[in-house]
Design a binder for this molecule. Structure first.
Ligand code: C2E
Ligand code: MG
Ligand code: MG
Length: 601
């Protein structure tokens, strides 16, 4: 295609639609198309053709009015955005110049700027033909006669910002809300709390913070599977959102912890709120066709008494929540100053505990496991102790739960496995190769998938006989994700390691399931053994367990045997092995060696 050559140049063309062109020269205050690299060097008719095409193609709505603001021309994009066909608006004054169609001041600002500077740009809200509103970015420019300086036309262009604004709103929502539950996140909570706190300070009112942490959520979560757990969290969120007042904010803090912010409250009404939330939460949920019941431990703190800023308030509400957990869960606790001492102790304990392994402060004690028929010591259970500087020997009950909650138990478990295998090796070297050592394995160690590697390392580094190592697992560890559990256990058994179920009777596992896991031993929990001679029902249970275990080829161990009477009773019921203070308390390896000495000779 060729264009007719034309020496004339066109500073500015105005179009009343494709095809019609009226020439106009103007002194351009801004946006002068002089920099239209190369266009001016083309012939006039080429320029016109190109500009007409651009007018049609432009992704900006463009309109031209006369000096009285009456529309002379609009491009096709104008119709697409506004819904008005060109012929419907010709001769009309566009919305943007009509003060009554906009918030006060916007039109005045536009008109003033046009008068004084000849141009204006900014955002406006306009209405489409169908009545809907849309945000636009608008640029308006006055064209003046170069000689007289009189305004002859106005040219405006605008784009529809709806999509852009919607995307911005979405991004803002995502940044301030929890993805899983769509509840406000910590950032938004902080924002609202800080506002509420400053208002409360000004008006002398109080702000309440309620922290809710689900009880035993891990167990529920594990039993429902990952997706089921997520669904439950969403339902819990809806329940909480429905239970709060419109002035309150419920936010997810992560995991299974939620926070409710209550502006303008007092002790009595926040107590009421906390109770109401507790009751609302305890309604059963349905997840994947199954019923799930949850409860929460609730901590409450009030501003300004319990904390004057967001962080202090949240921290203290959380301290109170931990107190509710310690008090047996499913209850509400209000923050008090002395709670902080407990929280400090906990932090100090955690700090010391995390360094204990490196500092060599853990000890393994060994408690004899005895053949009930001939009273021979056949093995030992390795039980951890912590020699905490300045405190003394700390029993596992004082730090294993904390270690489990914080994940430290995985490293501790590795140390225990290593130390127990080294002891097996020492006993083997000393001619006590028949002894086995039972090691307690935490659910977390198992769940994190690290157990297999830890066992392999410990066996390899010590060079002990794998068949002398026994792992004690609890029923609850094994109930989660049975397929995976079975695979891991299968591989451990292939290494020759033995397997015992600890504290049997306190969980819900069936013997049939345990048999499929190829378990070797069942340790009957102390609580059954203790009541054996007093409680006929207890005795019946123990008898049934022993008989079933025997029929399946599993050995049984009675835990917590303290008296000769207990020992006899278990023996009569056919229990194979026993453990308890009656035979010996947990003791250092050196003491255990002493105990074994007479048997050597
Ligand atoms: P467990 O595995 O059931 O260990 C038996 C507990 O009962 C031991 O408490 C033991 O000292 C105690 N016990 C034994 N015989 C008697 C008795 O005749 N009467 C009474 N009243 N108690 C008796 P310990 O050593 O305090 O350990 C408590 C729990 O801590 C253990 O229960 C086990 O679950 C956990 N634990 C101990 N060591 C470790 C470890 O290395 N790793 C992990 N993950 N947990 C451990
Ligand atoms: Mg045990
Ligand atoms: Mg036990």
């Amino acid at each position: 295609m060729t264009y007719p050559a034309d020496e004339d140049t066109l500073p500015m063309g105005l179009y009343e639609g494709p095809g019609t062109v009226r020439r106009q020269t103007a002194a351009m205050p801004i946006g002068r198309p002089s920099a239209n690299g190369g266009l001016l060097s083309l012939g006039l008719s080429s320029q016109l053709m190109i500009l007409a095409t651009m007018w049609d193609m432009a992704q900006l709505a463009v309109l031209v009015t006369d000096a009285q603001l009456k529309l002379l021309a609009v491009n096709p994009e104008h119709e697409r955005i506004t819904g008005y066909a060109a012929h419907e608006v010709m001769g009309q004054v566009p919305d943007m110049f009509q003060p009554d169609k906009h918030p006060p001041g916007v039109c005045d600002a536009l008109r003033t700027a046009l008068k004084t500077q000849g141009h204006w740009q900014g955002e406006m809200l306009s209405r489409r033909k169908n009545g809907s509103l849309y945000p636009e970015h608008l640029k308006v420019m006055a064209l003046r006669d170069p000689h007289s300086g009189v305004v002859t036309h106005y040219v405006a262009s605008f784009s529809d910002l709806s999509l852009q604004k919607a995307a911005q709103r979405r991004a803002l929502h995502m940044a301030s809300h929890d993805q899983l539950t769509n509840l406000p996140n910590q950032m938004l909570l902080r924002d609202r709390a800080e506002q509420a706190i400053s208002q409360a300070k000004a008006s002398g009112t109080q702000v309440g913070m309620v922290v809710l942490d689900m009880d035993h959520f891990k167990t529920v979560n594990d039993s429902l599977g990952h997706a089921g757990g997520d669904e439950l969290l969403r339902q819990i969120s809806s329940t909480l959102a429905a239970a709060i007042a419109s002035t309150e904010t419920v936010s997810r803090r992560g995991g299974d912890e939620f926070v409710v912010l209550c502006p303008k409250t007092d002790m009595a009404s926040i107590r009421h709120t906390a109770q109401r939330l507790l009751v609302a939460l305890s309604e059963p949920y349905r997840v994947n066709g199954r019923e799930a019941v949850v409860s929460a431990s609730v901590g409450v703190a009030l501003c300004p008494a319990d904390g004057e800023d967001f962080d202090a308030l949240l921290n203290n509400a959380e301290v109170a929540m931990y107190q509710a957990k310690d008090a047996g869960r499913r209850c509400v606790r209000f923050f008090t100053e002395d709670m902080n001492q407990g929280a400090h102790d906990r932090m100090a304990l955690l700090g010391d505990l995390s360094r204990a392994a490196l500092r060599g402060e853990f000890r393994l004690y060994y408690q004899p496991l005895v053949n009930l028929h001939n009273s021979e010591i056949v093995g030992a259970e390795a039980l951890i102790r912590w020699e905490r500087p300045g405190v003394g020997l700390v029993p596992p009950s004082a730090f294993i739960p904390l270690a489990e909650n914080t994940g430290l138990v995985v490293d501790i478990g590795q140390w225990v496995l290593h130390e127990a295998c080294m002891q097996l090796r020492r006993w083997s070297d000393a001619g006590l190769g028949h002894l086995f050592v039972a090691v307690n394995v935490s659910a977390l160690q198992f769940r994190q998938g690290l157990l297999e590697q830890q066992v392999a390392d410990a066996l390899e580094r010590s060079g002990c006989n794998p068949s002398r190592l026994e792992l004690e697992l609890t029923e609850s560890t094994l109930m989660v994700q049975p397929e995976e559990v079975m695979a891991v256990i299968h591989r451990l058994k292939q290494r020759g390691v033995q397997l015992a179920i600890d504290d049997f009777g306190t969980g819900y596992s069936s013997l049939a399931y345990l048999r499929r896991l190829a378990v070797d031993k069942i340790k009957i929990d102390q609580s059954f053994v203790r009541d054996l001679t007093i409680d006929p029902d207890g005795a019946a249970i123990v008898r049934a367990v022993i008989q079933m275990a025997r029929s399946m080829g599993l050995r049984t161990v009675g835990e917590g045997i303290e008296t000769q009477v207990n020992r006899r009773a278990l023996q009569v019921l056919g229990c194979d092995l026993g453990q308890g203070y009656f035979f010996g308390k947990p003791m250092p390896a050196a003491d255990f060696d002493q105990l074994m000495r007479p048997a050597e000779g």
